[in-house]
Design a protein around this ligand. Structure first.
Ligand code: PLP
Length: 396
């Protein structure tokens, strides 16, 4: 994508990855559903040379629509290579299986996504990979956790649900000093709010199901690599073996969603910042977690590492989790639903959803107080959303 490097993200969202030509005149990238492609001597030669990833042979390996999305994301992330997967979790499986082997050690944050935590707590130990879970905002704890066997430091650039913002340059420096890689799940940030590779990360992970797709109608995942080297090749191998490649129809939806990513992220952020200020001043709200607020512990880091603060925020209501549930049920416009990053505003509660497998005490130790509500702010009119939240709070 070197030739497109000078374009701004808004341009890359619309134009990178697909270039109509005299031979291929379609302005929109075609959805190629073919599972198989004509073989020729070049394909056989690439395969024989161990370069099957470069030969289009079979759709479990790659397909043209997937390649369009990979090209666009590579341009947006400043990555040498991108692989898209059938889900965020398929991408995370690929990354962990490719990067780690028996005897290796991983350092992760307390708040990583539950599915990722499940892999690290259950699958990886069975393969002889152990982890240390730390508060990644505590540099002394990170330093103490790093060992000679540490191969990977894995963090989320903006965490769920306390919206803690990771100090990527500092984590990259510490990881690299010990010979480990830094992997960043940037699902909440997207390349519009942050390009982790430019801040020192080695690989970026996305649940494309969220903002990248953006319309709550496609499940997908992505890995973006600083270098097109051994790790990227190993991830391609795992994707192919596991059948984890995104299907062409999913890729077409992702292609369409990505075109408006920059526009949407600005709208999500503007709405979220207004709602955060409204909630922060509301007498029936105890606390708001959003990086533009002076009260948010991550604000100084956010100012350094985020171009936009995204559409994710959390707030705490008095009366605990049952009061939070009653509040959510009073909302009319904001929908009670899992997932995030769609154009629709959605709300969910960690106690019965993302963090339901932890006890209330464990959640508190993770910084998640009772009564915490997580809001994925959509792109509806901010006044309508504020009115909906205000009505529900006033009646509580
Ligand atoms: N990472 C984060 C931060 C997520 O929020 C999620 C899903 O909610 C995932 C990874 C997993 O992605 P998927 O549901 O697309 O498999």
């Amino acid at each position: 994508m070197a030739s497109e490097d000078h374009y701004a993200p808004d341009t890359l969202c619309v134009r990178a990855g697909h270039h109509p030509t005299a031979g291929e005149k379609a302005l929109v990238a075609p959805t190629v559903r073919s599972t198989t492609f004509l073989l020729d001597d070049e394909a056989y030669a690439l395969r024989a040379a161990g370069r099957a990833a470069e030969a289009r042979i079979y759709a479990r390996e790659t397909n043209p629509t997937v390649e369009v999305v990979e090209g666009r994301l590579a341009a947006l992330e400043g990555a040498e290579r991108v692989l898209v997967f059938a889900s965020g979790m398929a991408a995370m499986h690929g990354l962990l299986l490719a990067a780690l082997e028996r005897g290796d050690h991983v350092v992760t944050g307390r708040e990583v996504y539950g599915g990722t935590r499940g892999l690290l707590d259950e699958l990886m130990p069975r393969l002889g990979v152990v982890e240390t879970v730390v508060d990644l905002g505590d540099s002394t704890a990170v330093e103490a956790a790093l060992r000679d066997e540490t191969k990977l430091v894995l963090c989320e650039s903006i965490s769920n649900p306390t919206i803690a913002v990771a100090d990527l340059p500092s984590l990259a420096e510490r990881a690299h000093a010990r010979g480990a890689l830094l992997a960043v799940d940037a699902t909440f940030a997207t390349p519009i709010a942050q390009r982790p590779l430019a801040l020192g990360a080695d690989v970026v992970h996305h649940s494309a199901t969220k903002y990248l797709g953006g319309h709550s109608d496609v499940v997908g995942g992505a890995l973006a690599f600083r270098a097109d080297g051994a790790l990227a090749s190993a991830c391609w191998d795992w994707r192919t073996r596991a059948g984890g490649c995104l299907d062409p129809d999913g890729a077409a939806l992702l292609d369409r969603g990505l075109k408006t990513l920059a526009l949407r992220m600005r709208a999500h952020t503007a709405n979220a910042a207004r709602i955060a200020s409204f909630l922060d001043e509301h007498p029936k709200v105890e606390r708001v977690f959003y990086p533009t607020l002076a009260s948010h512990p991550s604000r100084p880091v956010a100012e350094r590492v985020l171009a936009l603060t995204s559409g994710m925020l959390s707030f705490v209501v008095p009366g605990g989790d049952e009061a939070a549930l009653r509040l959510v049920r009073r909302l009319e416009l904001v929908v009670e639903a899992a997932s995030l990053g769609g154009v629709e505003s959605t709300v969910s509660l960690p106690f019965n959803m993302s963090h339901s497998h932890f006890t209330a005490e464990e959640r508190l130790a993770m910084g998640i107080p009772p009564g915490l509500v997580r809001l994925s702010v959509g792109i509806e009119d901010a006044d309508d959303l504020i009115a909906d939240l205000g009505r529900a709070l006033d009646r509580s």
